[in-house]
Design a protein around this ligand. Structure first.
Ligand code: GLC
Length: 735
């Protein structure tokens, strides 16, 4: 009898334990995310579903407290993790533990043309986001560089959708390996800051599908970005934040995107459209300090009580709600409910090393007459450094990507640390730009005040320049309003603060002048012919001065290539030449002919072409070989070329493959970038680079067929060191 009792007791004990131990499906990570979503959907009340799809604070949306689903925390920005702001306001929260590493601006990442660095960048910034307990990183920015006046181009990755897309895939995968979602932005056609909330853009289908969508598609469908941010502007009259064509038809139907569409902050304007046109998670429709009364303003959001009331009244369908909730839950399962995510890290030596490496490979040597660079520092030299940007911290400012850094090495500090002690470095102001060292309550602590006049500053710089062995001018733009700054476009293509006249005066005073331009945009350079060496230095973040000094001293051989064309004059730019840059109904009249596609077509010489960047060594390309002379649509073609370092120092070359469609039924660019590879070669070393392409690299978007088409005919593979420096080419045919 006792045995029976023991067996029964044991059975009950095991059964109870099993039931107690059995997790609900939504918390069982052995189950698929789809299963977990459906299980959780069945447990949610209507109010809980509504709470999931709109903000509860400036940067967070609610989870489901009753079921242990955590709140979802978003953070800016693409270059580093934004300092904490107050629950309801943009103002700084005043924490003392939220300083970060600032990584180089994404124009610099694009200029590396190194997809391995894109992965490293994403992994590193994702570790800082994870450590700061953030679930969604609001970046990377992928809008195409259409005008050099664009205030946020420094956050984006240039004029070519293929380059931007390749770099985005690596960045997204790196960030998301930390259980932090990327939120690629701003989807789409947000190519200027001028009236960014109100401008209505029209782009024809070819421009949309061939230029403005591909980088987003790569980032979301290949990189797997778990979310996307809809942009402020209108598209054909309807706000992008709830645009039926871009969010429902293209993103969710044509592409089959499963992630969540998040609004830009304040980008939601209409409840009906927000419900029906594919917006999933609404942020920033208010508040900044709970204006709109002391009640919980977040209930006023379009996807809050208005949506809830509409469902109860039958005005809106449960299906519209459930699609949004499923997408937001999927975001949670990748992040807040993902117990396998790593712990991240902050301020690590690895992150500083990554920032430095990306800066070193992104700096572009635009001109180097008489091999003025690298500086010959092996014996006693005096170097005069001129310019505000040599000392000005640039990690603060620029808008939502502004940061509070643990440290920032300025260009002057970089040179002082990096150059040998045989060098005597002196700095003079040269010009006065923006003396305000604070943004949104984050202050640099620098005192850039200046009482002397511009004339006095120029006279001082010129006098000092005459006796120096080298003069290094460090200027350009900065992160102030009307420069490289969110919410405003530049008002001129020229350098501000009378820098041109200062540079011209310095060039007359000393032939050994190096101009270092710090910016996220091209600028006019009327003095370019009178200056021997010009370096494009981006906003390099915390390590800024270190990579620059290394390149100037030759410790690092520059290998960056321009991610956008550098026009001689603003009127050479199609958006301006065609009077297609406006603040209201704006038609992208240039269609697909953006950047080098335009300059090739119109035979307009640029100051420096897309893909341009010099090295301290030289590279020779062999005749290319093709695996076949003719391919069918289902075939692939391998194009190989030998690259040899024919100089005296090690260096890196970016081999660019452009494809020219020699006969097409619709107008096509002369050539388009379809592949690239960065190779590192010792002096005398040779390597073979192979590109394998398929018909997708030969296709164009046919608006009548609403499909990509690869037309049979002759093509040419162009292997180049820039879009204007063809090294070799070979023809082939698509049968
Ligand atoms: C801003 C920007 C967006 C940013 C968001 C949150 O207005 O457009 O890039 O992520 O709002 O700050």
């Amino acid at each position: 009898m006792n045995l029976l009792k023991y067996i029964i007791f044991s059975f009950c004990a095991i059964a109870t334990t099993a039931v107690m131990a059995q997790k609900p499906i939504y918390l069982d990570e052995t189950r698929s995310i789809d299963e977990r979503i459906e299980d959780l959907m069945g447990r949610l009340t209507l109010e809980e579903k509504i709470a999931l799809i709109h903000a509860q604070s400036k940067f967070s949306s609610a989870g489901v407290p009753r079921l242990g689903v955590p709140d979802l925390w978003c953070t800016d920005g693409p270059h580093g993790i934004r300092p904490e702001v107050k629950w309801d306001e943009w103002d700084q929260a005043g924490w003392t533990n939220d300083s970060v590493v600032a990584f180089p601006a994404l124009t610099c990442l694009a200029a590396t043309w190194n997809t391995d660095l894109a992965l490293l960048y994403g992994r590193s910034i994702g570790e800082e986001a994870r450590y700061r307990k953030k679930d969604v990183l609001l970046g990377p920015g992928l809008n195409i560089y259409r005008t050099p006046l664009g205030g946020r181009n420094f956050e984006y990755m240039g004029e070519d959708p293929y380059l931007a897309g390749r770099m985005a895939v690596g960045y997204v995968r790196g960030v998301q390996s930390n259980g932090v979602a990327t939120c690629v932005k701003h989807f789409c056609l947000n190519n200027q800051e001028w009236n960014r909330h109100g401008v209505s853009v029209h782009a024809d289908d070819r421009a949309l599908y061939e230029i403005y969508l591909p980088a987003f598609k790569a980032a979301m469908m290949e990189g797997g970005s778990w979310s996307v941010m809809a942009s402020y502007n209108k598209i054909d009259g309807q706000h992008a934040g709830h645009n039926y064509r871009t969010l429902q038809q293209i993103l969710k139907q044509e592409w089959g995107y499963k992630g969540a569409v998040i609004s830009d902050w304040g980008g939601t304007h209409n409840t009906d459209e927000a419900v029906r046109n594919g917006l999933d998670l609404e942020f920033g429709t208010g508040t900044n300090g709970l204006y709109g009364g002391s009640k919980n303003y977040y209930d006023s959001y379009h996807l809050a009580l208005p949506f809830l009331d509409g469902i109860r009244s039958g005005k809106y369908s449960q299906a519209d709600l459930d699609d949004k909730v499923r997408r937001v839950l999927r975001l949670h399962f990748h992040t807040t409910l993902n117990t396998n995510k790593p712990f991240g890290s902050l301020h690590s030596p690895e992150h500083y090393a990554a920032a430095r490496e990306i800066g070193e490979e992104g700096i572009v040597l635009l001109k180097n007459e008489d091999n003025l660079l690298p500086l010959k520092l092996d014996e006693k030299k005096t170097i005069l450094v001129v310019g505000e940007n040599a000392v000005k911290m640039m990690t603060v400012g620029g808008g939502s990507s502004s940061l509070k850094v643990q440290r920032e090495i300025t260009p002057l500090e970089g040179m002082q640390q990096h150059f040998p002690n045989t060098v005597d470095i002196k700095w003079v102001r040269g010009y006065v730009g923006d003396t305000d060292g604070s943004y949104n309550g984050v202050t640099t602590g620098q005192d850039l005040s200046e009482t002397r006049s511009f004339r006095e500053l120029v006279d001082e710089a010129v006098a000092e320049a005459r006796s120096a062995d080298y003069v290094i001018f460090i200027g350009g733009l900065n992160k102030s309003y009307g420069q490289d700054n969110e919410g405003s476009d530049r008002q001129s293509y020229d350098l501000p603060y009378k820098q041109d006249s200062l540079i011209t005066a310095l060039a007359k005073a000393n032939a050994n002048l190096v101009v270092v331009n710090i910016s996220g945009n091209a600028v006019a350079m009327p003095w370019a012919d009178n200056v021997k060496a010009i370096v494009q230095d981006w906003y390099l973040g915390s390590e800024a001065g270190e990579p620059l000094a290394a390149v100037l001293a030759g410790t690092v051989n520059p290998s960056g290539k321009l991610p956008f064309s550098w026009p001689k004059a603003l009127n050479d730019v199609p958006a301006h030449r065609l009077d297609a840059y406006t603040a209201h109904d704006e038609e992208y009249k240039e269609s697909i002919f953006v950047g080098y596609r335009w300059y090739d077509k119109e035979n307009i010489a640029t100051l420096f072409p897309f893909g341009h960047g010099l090295s301290y060594t030289s590279f020779v390309y062999s005749k290319p070989k093709v695996s076949k002379r003719a391919i069918s649509a289902s075939d692939s073609l391998t194009i190989s070329v030998d690259i040899t370092n024919t100089g005296k120092v090690a260096g890196k070359e970016v081999v660019q493959l452009y494809i020219a469609d020699l006969e097409s039924s619709l107008p096509r660019p002369v050539k388009e970038l379809k592949a690239f590879r960065k190779v590192s070669l010792a002096p005398g070393e040779k390597t073979t680079v192979c590109f394998t392409i398929g018909s997708d690299a030969l296709s164009f978007f046919d608006p009548d067929k609403h499909a990509w088409v690869a037309e049979p005919g002759k093509f040419e593979a162009i292997l180049a060191s820039s879009s204007a420096d063809t090294r070799t080419k070979v023809r082939f045919e698509l049968k």
